[in-house]
Write a protein that binds this ligand. Sequence first.
Ligand SMILES: [Zn+2]
Length: 76
Amino acid sequence: MPEGYCVKCKAKKEIVNGVEEVMKNGRRAIKGKCPTCGTVMFKILGGKAAPGSTPPPDASAPPTPAAAPSGTPSTS
Ligand SMILES: [Zn+2]
């Protein structure tokens, strides 16, 4: 579980029930609760390019269907 800063406890706490969310600006954050007081905690993860995360959309090439053409002329 990730750690975040609880403003109510004024201390670093482990974020419980943390879920990763993508904000409007494309940044990722962990949203969860403080295990002590239950205050909603929000931890913003560093920039968009986090190591080991999903690759940028432009780098992924569209899957090309390798199916053979169905209109094969058969001469018999
Ligand atoms: Zn707290």
